[in-house]
Design a protein around this ligand. Structure first.
Ligand code: AMP
Ligand code: MG
Length: 335
């Protein structure tokens, strides 16, 4: 078995990545659209993907000194995601699979976030706290599927951070800048109390919600509270909610590993809160390097290789994208 190519195109990012015959990934080659104003427009993102795919593939092959003969499979994100964006990745994947005469493997983007984490962190049976732009889910493997134990009932936590940031004049992606402003605030004001900057804390059983928090944070800034303080409070409230549900998932399932994934997992405060929670209950917390937290082609390659090993490649006629693919729809055959 040679290399597996992985193509990611669920939303803002177009990325090619790869893994070798034993499943080890190499850094992906990626480009993402930065809207000048407003959020991501699916059609504009799709145009970005079309315009960049050729050069990115060449860059990946050149960087790794590979030719098409080195590949034994082409994997792509089949869903969930934005339809126009997914279609570009699927079209590129079908073309390469036909041209290179290798199997095509459609994979579930959310499951790929778990498998890359297991591969690079070396954990075996974690509860995944998947925190990205469009998704916020708490996932665990039970009975041959990754089950969604809890999730956001409205917007993803990353979208919440990006929307809040955008209204404060911070361009996409807003999460990293919110993190910096929050850190600067708490460094300069270590005695700050959350009760002075209270926001809605929406945990409902195993589920979460963030749009009320977004509205309240927006009002807090309008009422004149310092932006840094509000950023700090937004992070503390929203991250605490996620970590609380992840902890409950550990308790209910009896699992002892928690894994972070998705772009928001780049945030150091969230990483610290997760490892504190794990420490308090003698569990272990794992976080992949940032390049494997954000959307990347290598995680798609890792899952594609696994599926192919277990005979789950994708016929051309079954390769249509599925915008609403759920984490628990994908059978997990491997250990
Ligand atoms: P993804 O959808 O998984 O590619 O992740 C993108 C999301 O991650 C965007 O909403 C970003 O704002 C968010 N993000 C990236 N870095 C950070 C960070 N350091 N803190 C919080 N959010 C972040
Ligand atoms: Mg993602």
């Amino acid at each position: 078995m040679g290399f597996t190519l992985g193509i990611e195109s669920t939303a803002h990012t177009f990325s090619f990545g790869l893994c070798d015959s034993s499943g080890h990934p190499q850094p992906s080659v990626s480009s993402f659209i930065r809207p000048e104003e407003g959020g991501i427009h699916p059609r504009e993102a799709a145009d970005h993907h079309v315009e960049n795919s050729g050069a990115l593939l060449k860059e990946l092959l050149d960087k790794n000194n590979l030719t098409p003969e080195d590949f034994t499979a082409v994997a792509f994100s089949q869903g969930p995601g934005l339809g126009p964006c997914l279609r570009i990745g699927a079209a590129v994947a079908r073309t390469l699979s036909q041209e290179w005469k290798v199997p095509l493997v459609g994979v579930n983007h959310c499951v790929a976030h778990i498998e890359v984490g297991r591969e690079v962190c070396g954990c075996s049976d974690p509860v995944l706290l998947y925190v990205s732009g469009g998704n916020t889910q708490i996932i665990a493997r039970l009975g041959g599927r990754y089950r969604i134990l809890g999730e956001t009932l409205d917007i993803g936590i990353g979208n919440m951070l990006d929307k809040f940031a955008r209204e404060q004049g911070i361009p996409f992606p807003g999460g990293p800048r919110v993190e910096t402003l929050a850190q600067e605030w708490i460094d300069a004001n270590p005695d700050s109390r959350l009760s002075d900057y209270e926001l809605p804390y929406a945990v409902q059983g195993m589920d979460l919600a963030f749009s009320g928090l977004l509205t309240a944070a927006r009002h807090m800034v309008l009422k004149g509270k310092p932006l840094g303080a509000v950023c700090w409070s937004v992070q503390e409230h929203s991250f605490a909610a996620c970590v609380e549900v992840a902890e409950r998932a550990l308790a209910h399932t009896g699992k002892t590993e928690v894994l972070l994934g998705g772009g928001v997992a780049c945030n150091q405060r969230l990483r610290d809160m997760c490892s504190m929670m794990a420490g308090e209950r003698s569990a272990q917390s794992f976080v992949p390097e940032k390049m494997y937290c954000v959307d990347n082609g290598s995680m798609i390659a890792i899952l594609g290789r696994l599926q192919l090993l277990y005979g789950e490649d994708t016929e051309l006629r079954q390769s249509a994208i599925n915008q609403h693919l759920r984490t628990n729809e994908t059978p997990i055959l491997w250990s």
